[in-house]
Design a protein around this ligand. Structure first.
Ligand code: HEM
Length: 386
């Protein structure tokens, strides 16, 4: 089977078929995807959870697929432990809560600039600038530079022809930019995450590991949250009863954000693992060196996780979704993503009276990416803004 662009549109129906008939299915990755041409897609919740905790499944690519950049997301212990220790204290819940006022101010400022009654692209005007501005502030990157990343990072994840062709140049530009940032912060240390990573990483990280750690924070710090905001708002617009429930009781927002993360997960099946030895999952034999895609989005729609899994229900609580992964590589930025999601939806619903889709749902374009689940654009109208 091919992972084709259609996966973007009707992937939950396809996931359901896979969970029923072929829970470990061999698929061809789109041309341009780094790594093997074929992977095993694991779609059932219990198999995905077991795989996330299975020490025989590694993140480090077999030598033929390595491309020289070592990050938390392609290393295993003991290297992963060493890299993670440098950054683990920077994104704790307590630290992130101290950003509440700053994130709220960014959300309010973005909404202040939205015209009521006109069609706007929510992705471009809100979902992208919010998390990018936050992570740039945290890293001590000048605010105006985020437009550069907006141009470079989609090319790293998307697999359409243009992105694939321009990817090497985009990666080179990003590396060069981060090199400049590190030089600046070494000369002028500041109260920011980049300076702390440089200091914590002294004698622990190689120069290349330092750069790739910062790049990962920058990229992971916005590419995913954009899709939480975009996919989440679309889901709410398409379920007006749920939107009204949330509007009438904003105290539900934290639970609602968990449900939106589950319902249309931003990282739908990005979690890649490689078998370090021959093993069997759901009766299917995986040979050493073969790669697996753990489909978090499918696991999150498995009735084994929650009842009526294909329904959006902002009143669910105790939602044990896998949108942030699980185990050693559990998302470092989860507290930040949650804070951004909660403040974004709370502010949006509080300050706008009616939110409607400005195009037919079938006209919406999903990104062609086996890793990220997100929209190119989300045209909406806000009837009035307070
Ligand atoms: C790891 C999802 C936001 C930083 C992960 C993983 C997932 C994930 C699924 C695990 C990947 C694996 O096991 O292979 C998300 C989602 C987000 C989000 C859905 C937003 C809604 C963020 C933010 C940051 C961040 C805001 C901020 C810096 C990271 C890092 C890792 C990671 C550094 C690697 C952790 C490790 O390998 O030890 N994320 N993420 N993420 N995430 Fe996030």
């Amino acid at each position: 089977m091919n992972i084709d662009p259609v996966f973007g549109a009707d992937r939950y129906a396809r996931y359901a078929n896979l969970r029923a008939d072929a829970p470990v299915e061999r698929i061809k990755t789109p041309p341009g995807t780094p790594g093997p041409a074929e992977l095993w897609l694991v779609s059932r919740h219990d198999d995905v959870v077991a795989a996330l905790h299975d020490a025989r499944l590694h993140l480090e690519q077999p030598p033929q697929y390595q491309f020289g950049i070592r990050t938390l997301l392609n290393t295993d212990p003991p290297d992963h432990t060493r890299l993670r220790r440098v950054v683990s204290g920077l994104f704790t819940r307590k630290r992130i809560q101290s950003l509440r006022i700053a994130v709220q101010a960014i959300a309010d400022d973005l909404i202040d600039h939205l015209p009521a009654g006109e069609t706007i692209d929510f992705i471009e005007r809100f979902a992208v600038p919010l998390p990018i501005t936050v992570i740039c502030q945290m890293l001590g990157i000048p605010a105006d530079d985020w437009r550069l990343f907006r141009e470079w990072t989609p090319k790293i994840f998307n697999t359409d022809e243009e992105s694939v062709t321009t990817r090497p140049a985009a990666v080179a530009q990003l590396i060069q930019y981060m090199g400049g940032l590190v030089r600046t912060k070494r000369d002028h240390p500041a109260d920011d995450v980049t300076t702390t990573v440089i200091q914590n990483g002294k004698d622990v990280l190689s120069e290349q590991e330092l750069l790739s750690t910062l790049m990962l924070l920058l990229i992971a710090g916005h590419e995913t949250t954009v899709n939480l905001l975009g996919n989440g708002l679309l889901a709410l617009i398409q379920h007006p009863d749920q939107l009204e429930l949330l509007r009438s009781d904003p105290a539900r927002t934290p639970d609602a954000v968990e449900e939106l993360l589950r319902y249309d997960s931003p990282v739908s099946h990005a979690t890649i693992r490689y078998a370090s030895e021959d093993l069997t999952i759901a009766g299917v034999r995986i040979a050493a060196g073969e790669g697996l895609l753990l489909a978090l989005g499918s696991a999150n729609h498995d009735p084994a996780l929650v009842s009526e899994a294909d329904d959006l229900n902002v009143q669910r609580n105790g939602n044990q979704h896998l949108a942030f992964g699980q185990g050693l590589h559990y998302c470092l930025g989860a507290p930040l993503a949650r804070l951004e999601g909660q403040l974004a939806f709370d502010t949006l619903l509080r300050r706008s009276s009616e939110i409607s889709l400005a195009v037919e749902p079938k006209e919406l374009q999903w990104r062609i990416s086996p890793l990220m689940r997100g929209l190119h654009a989300l045209p909406i109208q806000l009837s009035s803004i307070a």
